[in-house]
Design a protein around this ligand. Structure first.
Ligand SMILES: Nc1ncnc2c1ncn2[C@@H]1O[C@H](COP(=O)(O)OP(=O)(O)OP(=O)(O)O)[C@@H](O)[C@H]1O
Length: 346
């Protein structure tokens, strides 16, 4: 993926430090997702009242909506230590055994991108989640034996952008699955307001609303756009007002709907090369030179959500709103789309 300002994935050390400073530390500070907050609050309170570890929790949803933040909050609210790992870091059952066997009682284990864990580790995790026990294989072939190892009780918090890829036996072992939704503009305004206070940035409500409207329902993107607006105000205008917001976001190619370069490339491909679709995911990915997974988990949910494309059994189709947004008329016969009419409105 490119280094676009609107990429919902986190980008590098500087952003990690910035995000760390802005992360809400408790459920009370966490903006939006009120249903999930209520569900988590109940689960954690019940566990605390019975002095036991909370049930395992699966956090599902697109990147940048607060899964890591919620895992940290689960540990903080339960007053337990937190261990962080990720699916790509667990490529063998042994990697997982090393983590699990070193957990202290009650620890919260966060596994980000849990759908990318090795299959052999997944199987080890089933037993660990259910019985707090693993079987360690020693030796190979006919002489191999398995040695049972008891684990300290722990709470697993798994995060995934692709819950559909998790095998059922793993999904079933989570006591609770939280489905995180994109944030409303009003909720993003609250996220931005809180961030502006923490960054000591003087910015008016109208400007916050403008940034919120271009943030693709994603707090990570909202905070990142705010940072660029802060830079713009510092270098050019001296104040973070509506003019600075519009100029900064135009400079970074973020349009009025929050579409970025990749979104526009996808839409242009569907509209102009495939006459509005339907077009299959892999064809689309090849046409725009991007991985199918990125299109499916990042670009498409947003474009569907704002009503520019719809998914049909035969592929992705541009909606009438998409033709309108891009100032184009749908063609009546395939291959005759009037590309000359194309104006990529900002
Ligand atoms: N509900 C929220 N209220 C305030 N800030 C939030 C909220 N959710 C997320 N953020 C902010 O957005 C940023 C990204 O959040 P986080 O890292 O938790 O997302 P994520 O879903 O784990 O993303 P990824 O899947 O890429 O790991 C953080 O800086 C965090 O402070």
């Amino acid at each position: 993926m490119s280094d676009d300002l609107t990429t919902p994935q986190s980008q590098g050390e500087a952003e990690l430090a910035f995000e760390g400073a802005l992360r809400p530390k408790s459920l009370g500070e966490f903006v939006g997702q009120s249903k999930v907050r209520g569900q988590l609050q109940l689960l954690l309170t019940a566990a605390r009242m019975q002095d036991r570890t909370a049930d395992h929790i699966l956090l599902a949803g697109p990147p940048g909506l607060g899964k890591t933040t919620l895992a940290m909050i689960v540990a903080a609210e339960s007053e337990r230590p937190l261990r962080m790992s990720s699916g790509p870091a667990i490529q063998h059952a042994g990697d997982l055994a090393a983590v699990l066997s070193s957990l202290v009682p009650g620890e919260v284990l966060f596994i980000d991108e849990i759908h990318r864990m090795a299959r052999s580790a997944e199987e080890m995790l089933y037993l660990a989640m259910e019985d707090f026990r693993i079987d360690i294989m020693v030796g190979k072939g006919a002489g191999a034996t398995s040695i049972p190892l008891d684990l300290a009780p722990f709470t697993l918090v798994g995060a995934t952008t692709r819950s559909g890829l998790l095998p059922n036996p793993l999904r079933d072992r989570f006591g609770f699955t939280a489905h995180l939704e994109f944030y409303s503009d009003g909720e993003l305004e609250q996220v931005l307001d809180r961030a502006a206070v923490l960054l000591e940035l003087d910015i008016d409500r109208e400007s916050l609303a403008e940034i919120a409207g271009r943030s693709r329902g994603t707090p990570r993107i909202a905070n990142r756009l705010l940072r660029r607006v802060r830079d713009y105000a510092l270098v050019h205008t001296g104040r973070a007002d509506l003019g600075a917001v519009r100029a900064a976001l135009e400079l970074y190619d973020v349009d009025a709907l929050g579409l970025d370069r990749l979104d526009r490339a996808v839409m242009q491909t569907i509209l102009t090369r495939f006459d509005g679709g339907p077009v299959g995911l892999s064809t689309l990915a090849v046409s725009v030179g991007e991985e199918a997974e990125t299109i499916e988990s990042v670009v498409e949910p947003f474009l569907v959500r704002i009503g520019l494309i719809s998914r049909t059994p035969r592929g992705r189709v541009a909606t009438p709103d998409a033709w309108r947004h891009f100032g184009m008329a749908p063609s009546s016969a395939p291959g005759t789309t009037q590309q000359a009419l194309f104006t990529d409105r900002l």
